[in-house]
Ligand binder design. Sequence first.
Ligand code: SF4
Ligand code: SF4
Length: 313
Amino acid sequence: MQYLATRNAHGSLKRQSLHNAAPWARSVIVCAVNYNAEAPYSTHAGTTREGWIARYAWSEIDYHDVVLARLRNLEARVADLAEHSNDAFRSWCYVDTGPIVERVFAKYAGIGWIGKNTCILNQKLGSWLFLGVILTNLALEPSLPAEDRCGSCTRCLDACPTNAFIGPHQLDATRCISYLTIEKRGAIPEDLREPMGRHVFGCDICQDVCPWNRKAPVGKLAELAPKPERINPALDWLAALDADQFREVFRRSPVKRTKLIGLKRNVAIAIGNSGDESLLPSAERLEQDEDPGVASHGRWAAQRLRAGKKDRA
Ligand code: SF4
Ligand code: SF4
């Protein structure tokens, strides 16, 4: 997460203000794409032999590509509209890769409020939203910020299995399963392994429990439709993937970000938490992995299965 501390040529934190990141920009256009799918929450479905993948990674195609293609269309249309303005049109569009905190701009663009779980929440669409932004030198009419509708609810804070919330709107990312399974390299701290359950990529629990997601509509983009085998993938299958298979299966998916070593480490933890003795051969296979990190997590999993331990899921 060192990208958060990126500074500009004058030494100022880029994410502190739009001016620091792009001094020429006068407006930010924020777009949201609904990625909700008609499928139960991943932690509610599947057997003990299956893992959990976060909803945003269920599609075949990486959402960055899908959302960016649409943003570029919009950018071209805005450029057409700006044809007669006095200044030469300048813009920059991106999905997740830019130097501003998109959620904050989404709030001021009226897309939604920032929930206590730190996600953007829209009253009608819930929080299954990808955000994309266009920075432009056009001075556009500002929108009104969305009203905060969390009220006295604390469901997300209470449901987090790793106690990653320091308080409302405050997340200790180093305890968050999304960070642990996707960004973190190396060993997962032992005290966090059991609460991770069978998550192998990301975590949706603090969104699953949000009342605003109960009636969230299903997204309409065909490119983001889920692949059934991504929702609750078989743990023994994941444990047996070799480098070529991993590349082929997750070629266009955000899951590739964990790299094979990271995925196998996560799978070892999920197997160790499954309480399912039929997965012992897979744990033993991971124990023999050529990567010492994967092997040590495999050993942890095998010991737990032999001792009859499982998570609380
Ligand atoms: S994503 Fe999961 S681990 Fe992270 S804060 Fe939400 S519930 Fe906790
Ligand atoms: S679960 Fe409750 S507190 Fe958390 S984001 Fe949703 S409405 Fe807000």
